[in-house]
Design a protein around this ligand. Sequence first.
Ligand code: HEM
Length: 415
Amino acid sequence: MSYGTTEPGATANATVHHVEDTADSQLGMQTLLDLANPQPRYRTLIEQGGFLQPMPEFALTFAAPLTEFVLRNHQVFSSRVEMHLGNVRPLIPLNVDPPQHAKYRKLLDPLFSPKRMDEQEADITRRANHFIDQFIDRGWCNFSEEFADVFPASIFLGLMGLPEAELKTFMHMRDGILHPEKIDPASTTDFERRAAVLNATGAEIYDYFGALIDERQKQPTNDIVSRFLAAEVNGERLSREEILDIMFLFMIAGLDTVSDSLTCFYAFLATHPDHRRTIVDDPAVIPAAVEELLRWESPVPSGPPRVATRDVTLPNGVEVAAGTAVIPSYGAANVDPTVFPDAFEVRFDRAVNPHIAFGGGVHRCLGSHLARRELRVTLREWHKRIPNYWLTPGHEQLEFPPGLRHVKDLMLSWA
Ligand code: HEM
């Protein structure tokens, strides 16, 4: 699949790097690791030099200094790669290099600033409690399905000024891109079937947000799409295609990541009663607990590949040839002992925690303040109402499927 048309804001002769098997290389990364328990393997990979190049055009960085080098040298390591996610143009701003990238971040950053998230706090709190209300009296829940999946999607509906009734449509669009096997079970093994689901869902996403843009153009509100339509950067408005390419990325970047983090956090807390009790006894520890669990779990284990635009020498002296796709491992960098004392201990009392669970360099996560707010509010509201919980007997075996790090069907019980 090709992006085909030119990238908005890109120079006419700029190239999109065709990393033929981005999905395959990500899959290669998964098989290299123990999905349920990746940290010990990260340690070994770092001890062995923190760099692997299994084939000439594909490499992985594990040691924090190498990953930082790749992320911070965007002039050499380009993010203009195909994602194969049902999109027909590059995702904005993920697949855009500087200087165009800065134009988009200048516009987007204020919409996701900590101050804006303060304004969302009451709405986020209300939505968290709404979902807890649905199952608290029952004494158990499928946490993955009944809370983690729906809560971030519901927040997004709020940001877009859309009614709760749209939740199902949102979940369907999200699944069509990120969990195509839920739409067509054969797509797990049949790559053509998988591509068919992705492309059909991609078309649905463009249609859905295209209709929303038309509506907001006629009748602006104070939602995100209306703000995009009104926004100007350096005297220029965003085109319709640019808004669609941003919304497409939001569907991928803003929903699953928080859902996945929540399932990892709750699997950890349900099996580590001392950590759980620290949160219950002293809710002031929650912001530090969120940072530490983000570091330890690294729900986005690795980034999209960066393609070397010229021959380059890494800080460890290794030569990377032009055209090589380099995947930075955030999960490994987050347990690199050269950065973190007691790297393999989960400590809610770390004085400093320079984890890169949200990436690094110019593409550092746009939604980090929103994500943190959602995670902190959940931990606060949940532990107020359900302080004691555990893995439901018979469901102690946790399943961490490939993809972003997450627990499928995490079953929790409480008294
Ligand atoms: C705990 C939840 C989240 C995690 C762990 C996470 C992680 C990341 C990471 C690692 C990147 C860097 C990708 C790269 O290397 O190129 C990234 C980028 C991004 N994230 Fe998040 N993310 C989370 C939540 C969100 C949310 C809620 C949003 C909603 C707006 C969001 C929007 C984005 C966008 C738009 C980018 C691309 C930024 C750019 O290219 O300039 N993320 N995220």
